[in-house]
Design a protein around this ligand. Structure first.
Ligand code: RB5
Length: 143
């Protein structure tokens, strides 16, 4: 189960991504925003980050204009590893190496096609389980 949210900057991309998740048969909960009106991204990053950190959702997807504000906000929550991705290599690497549990994307940065590609890679790539990556993630948790 995926938790997804956006601000006004990511509203259209969220609509597109939810359609894509529907097409793939992947269940999700939409945490808003529910209109294209201007809003504050931390208000949407917070519930998604808390729900993923609590284990209620396997992963999260957050979209804003750049992806950066969402990632800064989400990473304030302990246990969250939110990664801004704008390319396929980073999406794969952040799953394999960082076990990232929230994907952040910038609707003003990447195309719709790239957002779909990155989302699929993020959702489909397992964590490597390599000892060195487990050790490094555990050091993040101790910060
Ligand atoms: C909204 O204008 C914009 O600041 C927001 O979508 C995001 O890019 C913040 O990081």
């Amino acid at each position: 189960m995926i938790a997804i949210a956006c601000d006004h900057g990511g509203y259209q991309y969220k609509q597109m991504l939810m359609q894509h998740l529907d097409d793939r048969g992947i269940a999700y909960k939409d945490f808003g925003t529910f209109t294209p009106d201007s809003c504050d991204y931390p208000d949407y990053a917070k519930p998604v980050a808390n729900a993923v950190a609590a284990g209620e959702y396997e992963k999260g997807i957050l979209i804003c204009g750049t992806g950066i504000g969402m990632s800064i906000a989400a990473n304030k929550v302990k246990g969250i590893r939110a990664a801004v991705c704008a390319d396929a290599f980073s999406a794969k690497a952040t799953r394999e190496h960082n076990d990232a549990n929230i994907l952040c994307m910038g609707a003003r940065v990447i195309s719709e096609a790239k957002a779909l590609e990155i989302t699929d890679i993020f959702l489909d790539t397992p964590f490597s389980q390599d000892e060195r990556h487990i050790r490094r993630i555990s050091k993040i948790e101790q910060l």
